[in-house]
Design a protein around this ligand. Structure first.
Ligand code: ADP
Ligand code: MG
Length: 247
């Protein structure tokens, strides 16, 4: 296992990922290592395989070939491909957080219940979960909005609820697919800053699909996909301490 300059193995290490849908090759031999505490932007044209890659790394949809190892501090390495469905679902709930463009929040529930749900499915009792959810929401500037249903919140506020939900479980890796895609640029920028603060700011990793170069520019590292292959991998000039180019 390759190690970064701090001596830790990558939190996620993917090798030879391949995924086809019928005659379409969505991933065509992707190798990617992600360091703990790093923010990584995945860019590329529409249809280049970004979402497929994110779903593979997060154990949502397995690739046809390749391997993905998860190395969390203080835990034994896990081969995500080798897990049975139930164990993989559990791993996702406990170790990963998700912020997608929209659609992951449950409209029938309040902001607080949406966040608490992430804890309750991991076995945290309801009362404790609600308390921790309220704290997480307040941390993100949503105090007083705990009881609102999702439809009663603005787009930016909804994404903050999603961020609260992704971080309340203590998950060390957060995946985001176009998290600012449905927001105006000012709100999008604020949400992005919040997302970075809650992830890399807390020593966690952020893996984010975006088509927006301004969003990508805020990340430690940017990779480009084209036709299911990684065609470039570059650290941002200001931040090479998290490992930088890994080839
Ligand atoms: P991106 O997120 O970069 O736009 P995707 O990963 O969603 O790209 O898709 C990569 C390619 O795989 C595209 O050609 C897309 O049409 C195809 N694809 C993705 N998911 C499916 C699916 N469930 N069924 C069939 N084709 C799919
Ligand atoms: Mg996509």
């Amino acid at each position: 296992m390759l190690e970064n300059s701090l001596g830790y193995p990558p939190v996620l290490a993917a090798h030879g990922l391949y995924r086809a849908f019928g005659s379409t090759t969505a991933l065509n031999g992707v190798d990617l290592q992600i360091t703990l505490g790093q923010s990584l932007a995945i860019m590329g044209p529409s249809g280049s395989g970004k979402s497929t890659l994110l779903h593979a790394l997060a154990g949502i949809e397995l690739p046809d070939a390749g391997s993905i190892m998860l190395n969390l501090p203080g835990r034994a390495p896990v081969d995500i491909q080798g897990l049975k469905d139930k164990a993989r679902t559990r791993l996702r709930r406990e170790s990963f957080g998700f912020v997608f463009q929209s659609g992951l929040l449950i409209p029938e529930l309040t902001a607080q219940e949406n966040v608490a749900m992430a804890l309750m499915i991991n076995g945290v009792p309801r009362g404790t979960a609600i308390e921790r959810a309220a704290t997480a929401l307040a941390d993100l500037g949503l105090a007083g909005m705990e009881e609102r249903r999702i439809g009663q919140l603005s787009g930016g506020q909804q994404q903050r609820v999603a961020i609260a939900r992704a971080q309340v479980t203590g998950a060390m890796v957060v995946f985001a697919d176009e998290p600012t895609g449905a927001l105006d640029s000012t709100t999008g920028f604020e949400v992005l800053e919040t997302l970075l603060e809650c992830t890399v700011g807390a020593g966690k990793s952020l893996v984010m699909v975006t088509h927006d170069p301004n969003v990508a520019a805020r990340c430690d590292r940017v990779v480009q996909l084209q036709d299911g292959k990684l065609i470039s991998d570059s650290p941002q000039p200001l931040n090479t301490m998290h490992g930088g180019v890994q080839k």
